[in-house]
Design a binder for this molecule. Structure first.
Ligand SMILES: [Zn+2]
Length: 242
């Protein structure tokens, strides 16, 4: 069976959730993550980067049948300790969105969440060298839709420059903090030189669709694998509006 559109999954922390917040949606346990990737592989899926999904949408390349992009927002340390070893077993690349002002820092924007350290520049460079994509998740993790023109430009273009300087390679993918975006932010995204914008819109992405408004489905909760399967099936039959 042909898989007509490309789903993009959005993960955060691949860790055991804290005892006081067992249903924190930022968490998927390492065991659940491994099970989810194994399920996708057994379906004949192949992991690809968001950069390639955007190129495929623009008709610039083909993708393997049943391509799927796994993405990780905020660039938590647990991406490297828990997710990458699982992905490596399948030879799948992924896309990690880093907050450029907090590279090697912590999730200071989220006062209510348990503190967590974020990947430093050396770790991001190692990921990129291994074929993974590093994208931008803004400079300070601010809600882009609440900013002035100048602030918006600083968060979009500024984070790209900051990350590129630390990585020594091009950054072309962006994920909107909290998934929020509007017309001015989409325009600014394109002006800042990005080729894709990750939202939290619930659709799988079609060839010919607009990659600046890429649909992504959040996975967290933690969530049993059968529920991920059910969500994916629903996603694939939901029309894309990008
Ligand atoms: Zn985030």
């Amino acid at each position: 069976m042909i898989w007509p559109r490309v789903p993009v999954l959005c993960y955060h922390r691949i860790e055991q959730p804290p005892a006081h917040a067992p249903r924190d949606t930022n968490f998927v346990t390492p065991e659940q993550f491994a099970e989810q990737v194994a399920m996708l592989a057994s379906w004949g899926c192949t992991g690809v980067t968001v950069r390639d999904v955007a190129r495929w949408q623009r008709g610039e390349m083909t993708l393997p049948p049943r391509a799927i992009a796994l993405t990780f927002d905020d660039a938590y340390d647990s991406v490297v300790t828990a997710a990458i070893p699982t992905l490596a077993q399948h030879g799948w690349p992924c896309t990690v969105y880093a907050v450029s002002h907090q590279v090697g820092g912590s999730n200071v924007w989220d006062a209510a969440a348990p503190r967590a350290t974020l990947l430093d520049a050396a770790a991001l460079r190692t990921l990129a060298a291994a074929g993974h994509e590093i994208g931008s998740h803004s400079r300070h993790h601010r809600r882009i839709t609440t900013l002035t023109d100048r602030e918006r430009q600083d968060e979009l273009a500024g984070s790209r420059l900051e990350l590129e300087a630390r990585l020594g390679s091009a950054v072309t993918s962006f994920a909107f903090p909290y998934g929020t975006h509007d017309r001015p932010s989409l325009r600014a995204l394109s002006e800042a030189g990005y080729t894709s914008g990750g939202t939290l819109k619930r659709w799988a992405n079609a060839r010919g669709g607009n990659p600046l408004r890429m649909g992504r489905m959040g996975i967290g909760g933690p969530i049993p694998t059968w529920q991920v399967a059910a969500k994916l099936v629903k996603l694939m039959v939901t029309p894309s509006r990008a």
